[in-house]
Design a protein around this ligand. Structure first.
Ligand SMILES: [Fe+2]
Length: 298
């Protein structure tokens, strides 16, 4: 599985150096990054083998997407005119994004601290890792790479309602850090950005970056009888534990992206206070009141 680029709920470090010192084995080169952890992507610096790996991943995952992805994701892929045979030029993609939704991509060396991550999202900047995995990691990756970040996340940034949702998510970051609730907020990113499903004309479709950049989890999330599929409910999502070492036991399902955006309008502080003292719902548990779409045979 993938250690995804979502808030990690660590205590805020005093400086970038302090943060780096707490990280183990980060692959990227952080020596040249700015205080906001951005760097410059040189699209000409990639080796031919790296472009070939992108091509291989793109070929496989675009087939998965054609079959299982939500219309918004597929529209996003075509809006971006995402290259199939080479690692994308971030600036070229940013030009398209700015025109569509006012978002842009910023290049980063890899995982970045929560406060920097939230701040970028709040300003409609999506951090994308510049490096690509090694050939032997095609199905297993420890940190998010350019394929996960770009292929998985950028298409939905072309969709105004999802783009607005993600900015609202970033804006919630400061408060969550102040209230010690980053982990609670992170569950919303995990379930509804990395592993989200949506109903379209009665059919379940995938839109989450974590599943759509994975070789096998997309089909599992949509087709398998094993996981639960439960209607989206914000407090339920934020109060539910998740799996980082295996496919999810429960997926949360939207009817419309507007529901996700609308849920961001409620005050989160009372929600955090309640969830901080509540029992964490195990990833595989169904609760009374759940809008169960499919009960899994886990
Ligand atoms: Fe991600």
């Amino acid at each position: 599985m993938l250690d995804l680029d979502f808030p990690t709920a660590q205590a805020a470090p005093a400086s970038a150096q302090d943060w780096l010192a707490t990280q183990e084995k980060l692959r990227g080169d952080y020596s040249t990054c700015a205080t906001d952890f951005t760097i410059t992507q040189d699209p000409t610096a990639y080796k031919a083998a790296e472009h070939r790996l992108w091509q291989k991943l793109f070929g496989r995952q675009s087939q998965v997407a054609q079959r299982y992805a939500a219309k918004a994701f597929l529209d996003g892929m075509s809006n971006l005119d995402m290259p199939s045979d080479h690692i994308p030029d971030f600036e070229a993609a940013s030009k398209r994004l700015r025109a569509l939704t006012g978002w842009e991509i910023v290049a980063v060396p890899g995982l970045i601290p929560d406060d920097a991550f939230f701040r970028h999202l709040a300003h409609r900047r999506f951090p994308v890792t510049i490096w690509i995995r090694a050939e032997h990691e095609i199905d297993y990756l420890v940190e998010p790479d350019v394929f996960h970040d770009f292929f998985g996340h950028v298409p939905l940034l072309t969709q105004p309602i999802f783009a607005d949702y993600l900015q609202e998510y970033g804006r919630k970051g400061d408060e969550a850090m102040r209230l010690g609730a980053t982990r609670i907020l992170a569950r919303l990113f995990w379930y509804m950005v990395e592993f989200g499903l949506i109903r379209e004309d009665g059919a379940i479709k995938a839109y989450g970056a974590g599943m759509l950049s994975s070789a096998t989890e997309t089909a599992f999330s949509v087709d398998s009888p094993k996981p639960h599929r439960v209607m989206f409910d914000l407090p339920r999502v934020m109060g539910t534990d998740f799996r980082i070492d295996d496919f999810q036991s429960t997926y949360f399902v939207l009817d419309r992206f507007e529901d996700l955006f609308a849920a961001m309008k409620q005050p989160f502080a009372p929600l955090y206070a309640r969830l901080q003292t509540a029992r964490l719902i195990p990833a595989s548990e169904l609760r009374p009141g759940d809008g169960v779409i499919t009960k899994g045979h886990q």
